[in-house]
Design a binder for this molecule. Structure first.
Ligand code: SF4
Length: 413
C-alpha cells in the first residue's frame, strides 16, 4: 500500500509521516504547509485524512438560507452585505425592497421582476410573516434545515428573534433551525431588556425552537487582524464565550475562518489551533461540540477591502486541505460552494473536504461571479457534482445523520 509519506518524500516527508501515524500537527507544521508549493502533496495528505474519517462519502443537505436583514450597526471592512439604517422612516421606505403578498396571505420576496430579471434589493428587513413564508415554502419542498443569519439590526427587540424561532417551529415542526452567529448572540445580550447573559439569550432562543448555531463571525482570531479589518466587532473572546456556552448547553455549533484579506498564513494557522483547542475542551467536558469547520474564501467585491485581490483557487484548495490536516478533532470540513464556487468546491472533495453544504436557494451575504440573491443548486446537480468527483453523495441533516428521502418526505436513518 502506498502511504502518504512514500508519496511525498521531500520537504514535507516528516509531516506526511505524522499524518500516516495519526500524530497531531504542530503550529510550525501548519506554517510549513502554507509555505510549500507542493499543492498535490498537501491535497493527498488531506484526502487521506478525509478518507480515514468518511471513506468516499460526501455530504449535502436540502436547506434554505434566510438573511432576515442587511441593516447593521457595524461596518466590517470585509463585508459587502451591510447597509446603514436610515434615520428617517421616509428614507427607509424609499430604500427598502417591496415585498409581495401572496393569495394565501403569506409574503414572498420577488426573485424575478416584471421583466423576468433577477430582482435585487438594497436595504431590507423581513417581517416574521415573511420569514415564516420562506421557511414554510422550503419545508413543504422537503428542506430539513433553515439557516438564518443577518446584520445587527439597531431597533428590532429580542422578542423579534424568539418570536421568529417560535413561529417557524409552529409552521415547520420538523425543520431544524440553525440560526444566529456568535456576533448576533452577543448583540442580543446587549439589546434585551432587562439585559440577558449569553446563556439566558441561548436558553430563550432554544426554548423558542433554536436547535444549533452556525459558525460565522469568527473571521481571524488575531488582535492585529481584528483591529485592521473588523475593529468594532466582538473578538475571539466573545465568539468563544458563545460557543463554549452553547456546547455546555448541548447545542451543537459550527466554526469558520474568513481568509484571504489582511491576514497572514501564520495567523490562519493560529486561528485553526485555537479552534482545535476549544474543540478538545468541548469533546472532553461539554455536552456538544463543533460539527464542522467552514473555511470561507473572502470575496472583495463591494467591500471596503475591494482593492485586495482575494484568494486564488490554489489558496482556496490549500486552505481547505490545511484546515482538514490541522483540525484533527473536527469531524467535517465543508467546501461551501457559495463562497468557493461550485466548481472549486467539487475539486475540494478530493482535497480534504467531505461536505458541500446544500441547496441554499437564496443568499445575500456574498455574491460571487456576479450572481444575484437567488443562488440555488438542485439536489440533482449537487449529486452530479459529488459523483463526478468520485464520491458517494449522501444527504444529511444538520447533525450529519443520514436522511432517507422520498420526494419531499424524509426520515432520519
Ligand atoms: S460582517 Fe456582520 S457584523 Fe460586520 S458589518 Fe457585515 S453584517 Fe454587520
Amino acid at each position: 500500500m502506498t502511504t502518504a509519506s512514500s508519496e511525498t518524500r521531500g520537504a514535507l516527508a516528516d509531516v506526511a509521516d505524522k499524518i500516516d501515524a495519526g500524530v497531531r500537527l504542530s503550529f510550525e507544521d501548519g506554517v510549513r504547509l502554507y509555505r510549500s508549493h507542493d499543492i498535490h502533496a498537501i491535497g493527498r495528505m488531506a484526502n487521506r485524512v478525509r478518507e480515514r474519517l468518511h471513506g468516499r462519502i460526501a455530504y449535502y443537505n436540502v436547506n434554505r438560507h434566510i438573511n432576515y436583514t442587511n441593516y447593521c450597526i457595524l461596518r466590517c471592512k470585509f463585508c459587502s452585505f451591510y447597509r446603514p439604517y436610515p434615520k428617517s422612516p421616509d428614507e427607509r421606505a424609499r430604500t427598502a425592497t417591496p415585498q409581495v403578498r401572496t393569495a394565501d396571505g403569506g409574503f414572498v420576496v420577488p426573485l424575478m421582476d416584471a421583466a423576468g430579471a433577477a430582482a435585487e434589493r438594497d436595504a431590507y428587513e423581513f417581517s416574521i410573516d415573511e420569514i415564516v413564508a420562506q421557511a414554510r415554502q422550503a419545508y413543504e419542498g422537503g428542506a430539513t434545515e433553515v439557516h438564518i443569519v443577518g446584520g445587527l439590526h439597531p431597533t428590532l427587540p429580542f422578542s423579534y428573534y424568539t418570536n421568529m424561532c417560535a413561529a417557524i417551529r409552529a409552521a415547520c415542526p420538523r425543520m431544524h433551525i440553525k440560526a444566529f452567529t456568535a456576533i448576533e448572540i452577543i448583540h442580543f445580550t446587549r439589546i434585551s431588556r432587562p439585559r440577558r447573559s449569553i446563556r439566558e439569550v441561548l436558553v430563550g432562543l432554544r426554548d423558542a425552537g433554536l436547535a444549533s448555531l452556525p459558525g460565522g463571525g469568527a473571521e481571524i482570531f488575531d488582535d492585529r487582524v481584528h483591529d485592521e479589518a473588523f475593529t468594532a466587532k466582538v473578538g475571539e473572546r466573545g465568539w468563544f464565550d458563545v460557543h463554549r456556552t452553547a456546547h455546555e448547553m448541548g447545542l451543537f455549533t459550527n466554526a469558520t475562518m474568513l481568509y484571504g484579506h489582511v491576514e497572514r498564513p501564520e495567523e490562519r494557522i493560529a486561528h485553526l489551533v485555537k479552534l482545535r483547542e476549544h474543540q478538545d475542551e468541548s469533546l472532553r467536558s461539554r455536552a456538544a461540540h463543533f460539527n464542522c469547520c467552514i473555511p470561507l474564501s473572502f470575496i472583495p467585491e463591494g467591500s471596503a477591502l475591494a482593492h485586495l485581490p482575494g484568494p486564488t483557487g490554489l489558496d482556496d484548495l490549500k486552505t481547505l486541505a490545511i484546515s482538514r490536516l490541522m483540525l484533527d478533532n473536527v469531524p467535517h470540513i465543508k467546501a461551501f460552494w457559495i463562497m468557493q464556487s461550485a466548481k472549486l468546491a467539487q475539486l475540494a472533495l478530493n482535497w480534504g473536504c467531505d461536505d458541500f453544504d446544500g441547496t441554499v436557494v437564496q443568499y445575500d451575504i456574498t455574491k460571487r461571479e456576479g450572481r444575484g440573491r437567488h443562488q440555488e443548486l438542485t439536489v440533482d446537480r449537487l449529486k452530479r457534482l459529488i459523483a463526478e468527483a468520485g464520491c458517494i453523495p449522501v444527504e444529511r441533516d444538520t447533525l450529519y445523520r443520514r436522511v432517507l428521502r422520498n420526494g419531499s418526505d424524509w426520515t432520519i436513518a
